[in-house]
Write a protein that binds this ligand. Structure first.
Ligand SMILES: Nc1ncnc2c1ncn2[C@@H]1O[C@H](COP(=O)(O)OP(=O)(O)O)[C@@H](O)[C@H]1O
Ligand SMILES: [Mg+2]
Length: 322
């Protein structure tokens, strides 16, 4: 740990997937093994009680980072270090997924879904105490204690996400990894769930790693934002600073795609082209084929991550230096 203020430190994290065809097919076709770099040299810290957002288009490696941090994948390289929790043991992260339909067992009653981690970690003794804790958790996420008797399919998408949050809270985590927790929901419901997550963060002192493809969603959640492109963090800064003065051309384009409430008819520039495949990454800076200001150096040399003017980090040859 570099600092006791940090809940999580991630250092030079990389993850490579072997996506080769089966051995026999490779022999017949005389094809080599193929590797996909989903995450490369990703470094960030999450301060205690704060929210760091990872933002970027689909396929840029956000969920892979989430799975690495929660231990579902092993890193190919790099380090993931959690700080001590308030009781001195290493902090453990709980994950909230995008699709609450897929992550809740349809054959279990909601009460049993939420009670499982309480039983597993032995957090309450006896069924009265466990039932009481389940009722308390349902209340915390804005549901009724009676909902414990019902099944997941009896609830709307937003309510199901509330159930997922209650289950994640059941093991009394201090760190939550939220992978697109509102992306499957209607816009009005999204706002309710985001408000709930903010409220829980304040009341329970939680630390969040919050993942979204949508900069508008993270604006009101995140203290700090890291923008990812093809497996790497290209710009990271405090939320205010990033919105006020985006310096990477990719961040600038992402910001321009956000609908503008003040002048909705403004001529919004759309992001050109598809993100490239991590199986065949472009040479040099991976963003150069879509970058409106790329020059020769961008085509040949990958930019280093360096300090960003006004705080944070940036990886771009053309961003001005301090
Ligand atoms: N288990 C896996 N095996 C092979 N490739 C994977 C695996 N998981 C993710 N990928 C690939 O890694 C890249 C990043 O995926 P992912 O982390 O899911 O991105 P995001 O969450 O930002 O959409 C994608 O190209 C994806 O196809
Ligand atoms: Mg994802």
């Amino acid at each position: 740990m570099r600092s006791a203020r940090n809940a999580l430190e991630v250092d030079q994290l990389s993850r490579v997937f072997d996506v080769s065809a089966p051995w026999l097919n490779r022999m017949i076709d005389r094809k080599p093994k193929r590797y996909l770099r989903a995450v490369q040299d990703v470094t960030f810290v999450v301060e205690r009680g704060k929210c760091l957002a990872l933002v970027g288009e689909s396929g840029c490696g956000k969920s892979t980072v989430a799975r690495l941090v929660t231990g579902l994948y092993r890193p190919s390289e790099g380090a993931i270090v959690f700080g001590p929790s308030s009781d001195g043991r290493p902090m453990e992260a709980q994950m909230i997924f995008q699709d609450p339909h897929a992550s809740l067992n349809p054959r279990w009653r909601v009460g049993d879904i939420i009670a499982e981690p309480i039983r597993e970690f032995g957090l309450r003794e006896g069924s009265d105490a466990i039932d009481g804790r389940v009722a308390e958790l349902l209340h915390t996420v804005g549901l009724s204690p009676d909902d414990a008797k019902r099944f997941p399919h009896e609830f709307s998408g937003g309510q199901r996400q509330r159930i997922s949050i209650a289950r994640a809270l059941a093991s009394e985590p201090e760190f939550l990894v939220c992978d697109e927790p509102t992306s499957a929901l209607d816009v009005s419901v999204q706002a309710q769930i985001l408000n709930l997550m903010r409220k829980l963060q304040d009341e329970l002192g939680l630390t969040y790693l919050f993942i979204s493809h949508n900069l508008a969603v993270v604006r009101h959640m995140a203290d700090r934002i890291a923008v990812m492109y093809l497996g790497r963090i290209v710009e990271a800064a405090d939320t205010e600073a990033l919105f006020a003065n985006p310096q990477h051309p990719y961040t600038q384009l992402l910001l321009q795609t956000i609908p503008d409430v003040v002048s909705p008819n403004r001529n919004r520039q759309m992001m050109g082209g598809e993100p490239p495949s991590p199986l065949e990454p472009p040479t040099g800076c991976a963003f150069h084929p879509r970058c409106p200001i790329a020059t020769e150096i961008c085509q040949s040399i990958a930019p280093d991550v360096r300090p960003r003017q006004g705080g944070g980090t940036i990886a771009c040859h053309l961003a001005s230096r301090d």
